[in-house]
Design a protein around this ligand. Structure first.
Ligand SMILES: Nc1ncnc2c1ncn2[C@@H]1O[C@H](COP(=O)(O)OP(=O)(O)OP(=O)(O)O)[C@@H](O)[C@H]1O
Ligand SMILES: [Mg+2]
Length: 279
């Protein structure tokens, strides 16, 4: 099968508003699904939750972004290769909050990624819960923004709140809403439509629907075994949803122009290619 490689590194930020919506689960399993398709993928764990990406991937990161911010390490020196061969950068550990970064520090951090020697098709950024200014700045620096939402009132309200601030931040394009842990894809799609109708009515823009992820107890089982779902239960229902999400991601039209003033990999930016086929 011909692999459609990216001509530039596409950066996807994954946020939710409310904690526990499934950001890390989506980030890790989307990254692995893209890798399974043959793409070169890196995961940046900017999430300080307990179930963070290194744990879900059964690995440890001896160094993290705080070492880079203090000038003790270069970004390229803190990259870990996980047992699943995923490239991983850890945001911070314990209470060294990435959430407290100043605008200048966020700019420096985003620029440090441009200097990485790695060739990547996708960088997936697992954001911290909430809408701290540094999280919004990181989201603005991404090419696409995914909001993960559960089918419960507070998760829906927080997803809507996050969409609202992103839209107020002039990030009109490239916001996607992913219903997670839903009973069925149909329930997920209906939930998306409901929220998007409210966005259309009360906000300055709408969001897009990539797909939903069903509730699947194997995600928790995988977690208990310190493995990601894609390797623990590759044929499970949710694993198939993550593969579908990866498929949707690879079929999206190239982002035509950077959205924020500060942008990941801006120095690598190329005009949208006429054809993205390698072979
Ligand atoms: N589709 C799903 N089906 C069943 N359980 C799920 C699903 N998605 C996530 N979970 C479970 O929900 C919990 C929270 O998921 P996760 O850690 O990915 O959320 P998060 O948004 O990253 O949380 P935090 O805000 O703490 O970073 C985990 O125990 C995870 O195993
Ligand atoms: Mg998390």
């Amino acid at each position: 099968m011909a692999l459609t490689r990216q001509k530039y590194t596409e950066v996807i930020g994954i946020a939710s508003g409310k904690g526990g919506a499934g950001k890390t689960t989506v980030a890790v399993n989307l990254a692995l699904s893209l890798q399974e398709k043959g793409f070169r993928v890196m995961l940046f764990d900017a999430d300080l939750g307990l179930a963070n990406a290194p744990i879900l991937l059964g690995t440890r990161c001896p160094f993290n972004i705080s070492h880079v911010m203090r000038g003790e390490k270069k970004l390229s020196e803190i990259i870990v290769t996980t047992p699943q061969k995923l490239r991983l950068i850890s945001g911070a550990s314990g209470n060294q909050a990435l959430a407290g970064l100043t605008a200048l520090e966020v700019t420096q951090l985003v620029q440090a990624f441009s200097d990485l020697p790695e060739e990547l098709d996708y960088l997936i950024v697992d954001m911290a819960a909430g809408i701290a200014p540094s999280m919004l700045a990181l989201m603005a620096a991404c090419h696409r923004r995914f909001i993960v939402m559960r089918n419960d009132p507070s998760s829906i309200a927080d997803a809507y709140g996050t969409i609202k601030v992103l839209l107020e931040d002039k990030l009109k394009d490239e916001i996607y809403l992913i219903p997670n842990a839903v009973k069925s894809k149909l329930v997920g799609e209906e939930l998306f439509q409901r929220v998007n109708r409210v966005c259309a009515k009360f906000l300055t823009g709408t969001v897009r629907y990539p797909t939903s992820i069903v509730q699947d107890d194997l995600i928790q089982d995988a977690h208990t075994h310190l493995q990601p779902l894609m390797t623990y239960a590759p044929n499970s229902r949710a694993a198939q949803d993550f593969r579908q999400l990866a498929h949707v991601v690879t079929e999206l039209p190239a982002v035509e122009k950077p959205s924020g003033a500060v942008q990941f990999f801006v120095s690598r930016w190329l005009p949208p290619p006429l054809s993205r086929e390698l072979h």
